[in-house]
Design a protein around this ligand. Structure first.
Ligand code: CO
Length: 220
């Protein structure tokens, strides 16, 4: 076994704070009289797959007021659904075909740092290659984005357009399309979180079948 080795007291204290916090959580679990956690220890059957931004301010469970066991979560920078991302595809396949979730939610958030960075010409490092996928979304809507003067509004509009694009990316996967051939209880949604109020803004771009995806995106 590896031995714990932290020399910095500050670093150690930061880690202990996490373990202390866990004791509070354990207390809540111990006080629960519903048997929910004993049940959860045996397995999960969430109805929701949440694909959100990795940003620390948008935790799926807190924002939706849900408990452990209720939301299957995948998060990355700027809540992207990149066609060839094996990580996202594996999560999606497991959620849709094994867990049989009923809702897949792409959740962006206003003020997204990843989206803001994609609108800049600066280099940030390896992440630049990930941000290229958001720049692709900008390219589809550059006229609309360029016409917005206010920087914050520019970012926030691209946040919305990016969510719409990622919903479209999800719907065009063979995973979602094949699921739709077998079931009519699977919806893909796009939302944006307003961190300041906590509100989830529904972008009204829900798909429950491949109608409306266009003739190229929808498999025959
Ligand atoms: Co973000």
């Amino acid at each position: 076994m590896y031995k714990k080795h932290i020399e910095s007291p500050e670093l150690q204290a930061g880690f202990e704070k996490i373990l202390e916090g866990n004791k509070q959580w354990m207390k809540l679990v111990a006080e629960d009289t519903t048997g929910r956690y004993q049940q959860l220890a045996k397995g999960q059957s969430p109805e929701i797959l949440w694909i959100g931004c990795a940003d620390s301010r948008v935790p799926a469970n807190q924002i939706t007021n849900t408990l452990p066991g209720e939301v299957f979560v995948h998060r990355n920078i700027a809540n992207m659904c990149v066609h060839s991302d094996m990580n996202m595809l594996s999560v999606l396949d497991y959620a849709v075909n094994v867990l049989k979730v009923k809702h897949v939610i792409v959740a962006g958030h206003y003020g997204c740092g990843g989206v803001a960075a994609s609108l800049s010409r600066k280099q940030f490092g390896i992440i630049d290659n990930w941000l290229c996928h958001i720049k692709d979304v900008y390219r589809l809507h550059s006229e609309e984005i360029d016409a917005i003067q206010d920087e914050e509004k520019k970012v926030n509009r691209l946040v919305e357009l990016n969510v719409a694009e990622q919903v479209s990316n999800l719907c065009s996967t063979s995973i979602i399309q094949n699921a739709w051939k077998e079931r009519d209880d699977l919806a893909v949604h796009g939302v944006v979180i307003d961190i300041a109020t906590g509100k989830i803004v529904d972008l009204d771009i829900t798909f429950t079948n491949s109608e409306g995806l266009g003739k190229v995106l929808a498999f025959a």
